[in-house]
Ligand binder design. Structure first.
Ligand code: FES
Ligand code: FES
Length: 156
């Protein structure tokens, strides 16, 4: 069935069953492979995208449930002010190890910074607890979020 969703500001029409996960549509139909498949059960966070700015596990989000929500993926998060600051901090602090979890980490961190420009440790733990990193980059992730928050503070 043809369904139109808005992805990174563009209307995209796809012909898939209504219960197809958004992650499958992004990767296999639209060829946007920046969003990763990890567990497929909302347990790891690798597949995190934003729906109207809210971090969302695309592996358990059916295409039918997306509706008119604006989907933002890792491919476009750098176009947002918070995403730009997070990506810069990620590069400055060389957060990434194997990289597999990092799209999801960046999407969750960006949603946090956009809603809370000066998060404390508890806020960071709360926002990031669903994003698993098998390489253990958690310390650098925390520092990068703090650096991005500081750069927000300077501008503010
Ligand atoms: S692949 Fe979606 S949470 Fe793991
Ligand atoms: S950087 Fe390897 S799983 Fe997170």
């Amino acid at each position: 069935m043809a369904t139109t969703i808005k992805v990174n500001g563009l209307d995209r029409t796809v012909d898939v069953d209504g219960d197809t996960p958004l992650l499958w549509v992004l990767r296999d139909v639209l060829g946007m492979t920046g969003t990763k498949f990890g567990c497929g059960m909302a347990l790891c966070g690798a597949c995190t995208v934003h729906l109207d700015g809210m971090p969302t596990r695309s592996c358990i989000t059916t295409i039918d449930s997306v509706g008119n929500a604006a989907v933002t993926t890792i491919e476009a998060i750098g176009n947002t002010p918070a995403g730009q600051k997070i990506q810069k901090a990620w590069l400055d602090l060389e957060v990434v190890q194997c990289g597999y979890c990092q799209s999801g980490q960046i999407m969750s961190a960006t949603a946090l910074l956009a809603s809370n420009p000066q998060p404390n440790d508890a806020d960071i733990d709360d926002a990031m607890s669903g994003n698993i990193c098998r390489c253990g980059t958690y310390v650098r992730i925390r520092e990068a979020i703090k650096q991005a928050a500081q750069s927000s503070g300077k501008e503010g």
